[in-house]
Design a protein around this ligand. Structure first.
Ligand SMILES: Nc1ncnc2c1ncn2[C@@H]1O[C@H](COP(=O)(O)OP(=O)(O)OP(=O)(O)O)[C@@H](O)[C@H]1O
Ligand SMILES: [Mg+2]
Length: 234
């Protein structure tokens, strides 16, 4: 079976007038459908850069990226946005909900331009996503009326409403207290059990325990990958 995500010799250099930062250096990474992978490592090692490349928020500098059956290396911004909209769900540390839209409207946003999903089905999907994250009782509230943990659960609902190939998350519990963080992690565990493929960035060892596979980065490179070790042992 082909991996869902395949980065081959993938690098990212940020160039400013003064300095070139080699944020990712010759990354080789494959993620299979159904995996739950945590990317970890010290501050500045390239975790968020890697996640934003996987999320097609930007292009790499060299190497290739294949997502599902698609070669997504070097797409322009609008092509990337299209793939992101259908195939990728992303959750950030700072929820990023739109404050003057209700919870249900926020969750429906990724489907706004999806002509292939009829309005009736969009409504059903929003209801399902609300149920998944246990927020049906707050559908008509605004983000400012919710706790941080509730806002992040809404952000997760928005990320999964399009049934993406992969759910990406960058420190999704970073702004939450322990109790809310545990609720959000329990939600990721549930989605993983239901078959969702997850790649999450976290520097927190407690969070890393939730995943089967931990990829450690250092200075823009993969230092260790428990998934690969397991494959070699097997
Ligand atoms: N847009 C950018 N322009 C220039 N340099 C950048 C940019 N984004 C990231 N970098 C640099 O790339 C390196 C990797 O940054 P990145 O944000 O991926 O680290 P991180 O592992 O997510 O760190 P943290 O744990 O603190 O979030 C850092 O040296 C950072 O300064
Ligand atoms: Mg980061």
């Amino acid at each position: 079976m082909n991996p869902l995500i395949h980065l081959d010799n993938f690098s990212k250099v940020f160039s400013t007038e003064e300095v070139d930062t080699h944020a990712l250096q010759s990354i080789n990474l494959s993620i299979d459908k159904g995996e739950y992978v945590i990317i970890t490592g010290p501050s500045g090692c390239g975790k968020s850069t890697l996640l934003s490349m996987l999320g097609l928020l930007d292009n790499g500098s060299s190497g290739s990226y294949k997502l599902g059956e698609k070669e997504v290396t070097g797409l322009n911004a609008s092509e990337r946005a299209r793939v992101r909209n259908t195939d990728i769900g992303i959750v950030f540390q700072s929820f990023n909900l739109i404050s003057d839209l209700t919870v249900a409207e926020n969750i429906g946003l990724p489907m706004t331009y999806r002509k292939d999903i009829a309005k009736k089905e969009q409504k059903e999907r929003i209801e399902n996503a609300l149920q998944q994250v246990d927020m049906s009782h707050r559908a008509n509230h605004y983000p400012g009326q919710l706790s941080g943990g509730q806002q992040q659960r809404v952000a997760v609902a928005r990320a999964i409403v399009s049934s993406p190939l992969i759910l990406l998350a960058d420190e999704p519990t970073g702004n939450l207290d322990k109790k809310n963080a545990e609720a959000v992690l329990a939600l990721f565990d549930k989605l993983h059990k239901q078959g969702t493929t997850i790649c999450m960035v976290s520097h927190d060892v407690d969070v890393a325990r939730h995943a089967q596979r931990v990829v450690r980065m250092l200075d823009g490179k993969i230092e260790s990958d428990s998934g690969q070790q397991a494959a070699i042992v097997a």
